[in-house]
Design a protein around this ligand. Structure first.
Ligand SMILES: *Cc1c(COP(=O)(O)O)cnc(C)c1O
Length: 466
């Protein structure tokens, strides 16, 4: 039974065509298609009907703007929201450098410029000298060879795709051996056993979760073994009573048995970051030098480039991968290739620790962070005295992106509390602002870490907060 008062409000809701006509009279200059106006009116009226049906008491319904004018106003808001892009710039104040939810690596200026150039026509698949058809893979292959010492290379959309196509090419329909300690799950449902299955590869697990020995691999190799696979346990660490077989040993076994060795290294680190307090990570060029047959890595993790998957290794295997039909489905676009080429060129001829934002942020000295935190805190305090409580504290930043999960980098954060607003309400406002501001929440405080805030964004941060 619908109550009388509820019925009254439901019957009083304006008809869609009446609302549309009213809207058109009021906004004669706007040229939305009629079907879109009908959709807007239907949406608003349906929302009002729902609210009337769900209201606990008549008082609630009285507050609704359900007159024709009210509905037209809500239509205007609905139509205005269509102009707001869903993908927007965010100021990352979390201190997590490779924040996967915020798009991982911010790109170097040179990479941004290269992308801009590539949006128009470019020589993606043309050899300009001869004027004949070329390959999109050639632009980057030579650069990767120079940088890492590899014989050959090709690039796909992301590292998950790189692993999939490499596994399918080298071991499709056959067996690949993996240590039980390396059957990892990377965020976003990338799991080694499942990717192997998707690639048509039969998984042969060896060893235990904490210990795998050379002999375990050795015993498992038979005439149906197509691959020895090693996976970098990027986002977790096994500590205590552990053993794993180093890549060099697997390469030795591969040579003895004639089975190729592949490693999924995850992050593509090209520069040793231990002098800046980061954990020792295998370098790409070290792995190539160790004789691995195929190496796969991400473009947008520690390498600091765009989302991409990079496949390096022996020419024979890379050429086989290039011929795999799957590669056509996984190939990167010209904009990605442009950004990746420009990023890699910085490693070759530029100053990566300065020009590649990810590396600059990770290597930023604590003294600089301290100075930036105090300067930001001061700027905020000056403009928000009375409404915000501001302090500087020593804290930690994280690498993120599933890399170096146990590494904590000393930083200095600006801790802020709003004197009137609830933290959840306030931080929502900041997230929805233009630009959006996302920080770290700890107890009742919002923490802003200058490590991931560009100097050029400082004034914007102050504006967002005040
Ligand atoms: C991150 C990661 C992947 C997935 O790479 P994407 O570029 O995100 O597709 C695969 N393997 C390892 C070891 C990783 O760390």
């Amino acid at each position: 039974m619908v109550e009388k008062w509820r019925k009254k409000y439901l019957t009083a809701l304006p008809a869609v065509d009446v609302v549309v006509t009213n809207y058109q009279q009021k906004n004669a200059a706007l040229n939305y298609p009629h079907a879109l106006l009908v959709q807007a009116a239907q949406t608003v009226v349906a929302q009002l009907r729902q609210k009337i049906l769900q209201a606990a008491a008549e008082e609630e319904v009285k507050q609704l703007q359900s007159t024709i004018d009210g509905v037209v106003q809500q239509m205007e808001a609905w139509l205005n929201s269509l102009h707001q892009p869903s993908l927007r710039r965010v100021i990352n104040a979390t201190g997590t450098v490779l924040h996967t939810n915020l798009g991982r690596a911010p790109l170097a200026a040179a990479a941004q410029k290269a992308m801009q150039e590539a949006v128009s026509y470019c020589n993606l698949e043309m050899k300009l000298q001869e004027g004949v058809r070329g390959s999109r893979h050639e632009h980057i292959e030579k650069l990767l060879c120079k940088l890492t010492g590899t014989e050959a290379a090709c690039v796909v959309n992301n590292n998950a795709a790189a692993v999939l196509v490499a596994l399918n090419t080298l071991a499709g329909g056959r067996k690949a051996i993996v240590s039980r300690g390396e059957l990892v799950e990377i965020g976003g449902s990338f799991r080694i056993p499942e990717v192997m299955k998707a690639g048509g590869v039969q998984l042969v697990e060896v060893g235990t979760s904490n210990k795998t020995h050379f002999a375990d691999y050795q015993k498992a190799v038979d005439e149906d073994t197509a691959l020895l696979l090693k996976v970098h346990t990027s986002n977790y660490k096994i500590v205590g009573f552990t053993a794993s077989v180093p890549l060099s040993e697997l390469v030795k076994l591969g040579k003895e048995t004639g089975v190729p060795v592949m490693e999924d290294i995850g992050s593509g680190l090209l520069i040793d970051l231990t002098p800046f307090g980061l954990a020792k990570e295998p370098l790409v060029q070290e792995r190539i030098a160790a004789g691995v047959d195929i190496l796969t890595l991400s473009g947008d993790k520690l390498l600091g480039g765009p989302q991409a998957g990079i496949i390096l290794g022996k020419r024979k295997y890379v050429e086989e991968i290039k011929r795999n039909q799957l590669l056509r489905a996984l190939r990167p676009d010209k904009i990605t290739l442009a950004a990746l080429e420009a990023t890699l060129r910085i490693y070759l001829t530029g100053n990566p620790l300065k020009e590649i934002p990810v590396l600059a942020m990770l290597s930023m000295p604590a003294a600089v962070l301290k100075e930036r935190a105090f300067s930001l805190a001061q700027a905020i305090e000056k403009r928000a005295a009375g409404t915000l409580k501001v302090e500087v504290r020593e804290d930690f930043s994280y690498v993120g992106g599933g890399a170096m999960p146990t590494t904590k980098l000393t930083t200095f954060v600006v801790a802020i509390r709003h004197q009137r607003l609830e933290l959840t309400e306030w931080t929502e406002k900041l997230r929805l602002g233009t630009p959006s501001l996302v920080g770290r929440i700890q107890d009742d405080w919002l923490l802003l870490d200058p490590r991931t805030i560009d100097e050029a964004e400082k004034e914007e941060v102050v504006q967002c907060l005040t």
